[in-house]
Ligand binder design. Structure first.
Ligand code: SAH
Length: 449
């Protein structure tokens, strides 16, 4: 049943949605060149000064604290001050490369909302919405399938730490008609309405989003959260810290804590086999919050990012102008990121929710029908340049050697979603087995017959 529902939904979206005119096959963070050998640029003086005075006052800082300061310091943080996305920024992401990406996620959301029994209220919550492209593509699908929602009330909730990006999101989602809150202390720091009349609210923290049935999206969000780094030594696990280079006082360097730190004593698993591990404790806390909300109010979370299942070691890196960048050089001028450890997220989610994945981006998008959508767009397009862009961005998203296998999709679901549907009362005595649980789109192949 569910299969046919999803396919019908996809067909409606595929045939009726126009091309949104955003087809850029650019470089993602995976295909950047190495940094230039002679880094002549001047360090971002204010961030470097802030970090060195902090280290002088209290000693070396953890990599997590370094990353948090560099990325989200309320005054000089990289995310707080920049629009870093797109061909002119530091990196590009799947929703920026092709509209198909967001459209398929829009279908996924509606499918999960229907799988949950079409609750009267649907909160679409996005963590780290960047330029708002993913959300805007999702909302275009919602508009197209308005009739499916019937009388349900849909609202949009964006968790965004960057005032600069929240303005861009407002431009893309509300045509710049949103308003800022009067006081900085308000949990909703900006609010507005989409052209279709859906309310949109902005928050700094997930905690501030109201309770209720929600579908959470996090695309390239968890990789931006601070990680702790630990090294196995003959004396046990030691935390990697950031210190001032004694030979060059305007430079930073990595050092090893001489004795256990609170993080090295608590965050490394007792049976850990790797020699070096990165743990994103902040990501763990956010997944716990998502799991608690989904268990209490229903809904699902779809997390997409590059990452691994507890196998990789040193993945901390920087990006600037689509090139790899030394993580300790010119702090605040470049993006910092680390691969997401999905095995850690699964562990932190706990038993209160069901976890699906990770599956590769290629598998997820193909299961969602990306090939059919591409064919429809190509059929309606005769311009050779646009056709080339369409196939180029499809290739970028799905090619195993590009984003197809490094990026993964992972989902948290309410347990009821994977439970076998109950047999109607009248069938109690029937010997047939209960029907199988309804498949979850993207994680299971759909048939287009
Ligand atoms: N999802 C978008 C943007 C990815 S970049 C895309 O795929 O295109 C990471 C996003 O997360 C940015 O919007 C950044 O400002 C936001 N962000 C980073 N750290 C955050 C934090 N601690 N809290 C809320 N938002 C954060």
């Amino acid at each position: 049943m569910r299969f046919s529902f999803n396919t019908q939904l996809l067909c409606r979206v595929f045939i009726s949605l126009p091309a949104a005119g955003r087809w850029r096959a650019a470089q993602s963070r995976l295909f950047c060149s190495s940094p230039p050998t002679s880094d002549q640029e001047k360090p971002r003086a204010s961030m470097l000064r802030h970090l060195t005075s902090k280290i002088k006052a209290t000693g070396p800082v953890t990599v997590a604290e370094y990353m948090r300061e560099v990325l989200t310091n309320p005054v000089t943080g990289y995310y707080v001050k920049n629009d870093m996305l797109g061909p002119d920024g530091d990196f590009i992401t799947s929703p920026e490369i092709s509209q198909i990406f967001g459209e398929l996620i829009g279908v996924w959301i509606i499918s999960e909302w229907m799988g949950a029994g079409q609750p009267k209220q649907l909160q679409l919550v996005e963590l780290g919405p960047g330029r708002g492209s993913l959300c805007s593509d999702v909302l275009r699908v919602f508009s197209q399938l308005r009739s499916v929602f019937g009388g349900a009330s849909v609202s949009v909730h964006l968790v965004e730490v960057s005032p600069v990006l929240s303005r861009l999101q407002s431009q893309s989602l509300t045509g710049n008609s949103s308003q800022e809150a009067d006081s900085e202390d308000e949990p909703v720091y900006r609010h507005g309405e989409t052209a279709a009349g859906l309310p949109v609210s902005w928050y700094r923290r997930l905690d501030d989003v109201p309770a209720g049935f929600s579908i959470f999206l996090a695309h390239e969000f968890f990789d931006a959260l601070p990680i702790h780094k630990f090294q196995r030594t003959v004396k046990g696990w030691r935390e990697v810290m950031v210190d001032i280079d004694p030979e060059k006082p305007d430079r930073l360097r990595f050092v090893m804590a001489p004795s256990p730190t609170p993080a090295s004593s608590t965050l490394v698993q007792a049976d850990e086999r790797r020699g070096h591990v990165e743990v994103c404790a902040e990501g763990g806390v956010i997944v716990q919050q998502l799991a608690r909300r989904i268990a209490a109010d229903g809904g699902a979370a779809l997390i997409a990012d590059y990452g691994h299942d507890g196998t990789k070691t040193d993945t901390f890196r920087g990006f600037k102008g689509h090139q790899l960048h030394d993580v300790l050089s010119s702090p605040g001028s470049a993006d910092l990121t680390a691969d997401v450890d999905f095995s850690y997220l699964r562990r932190m989610a706990g038993g209160g929710v069901a976890c699906l994945g990770p599956v590769t981006q290629r598998t997820f998008l193909k299961n969602m029908g990306i090939d059919s959508r591409l064919q429809v767009l190509l059929r309606n397009c005769s311009d050779p340049t646009t056709r080339k862009q369409l196939t180029g961005s499809y290739d970028m998203l799905t090619n195993p050697a590009k984003m197809g296998e490094r990026f993964h999709f992972f989902s948290l679901l309410h347990h009821s979603r994977l439970a076998k549907p109950k047999k109607p009362d009248g069938l109690k005595l029937e010997k047939k087995k209960s029907p199988a649980p309804l498949p979850v789109a993207g994680f299971t192949e759909l048939s287009f017959s």
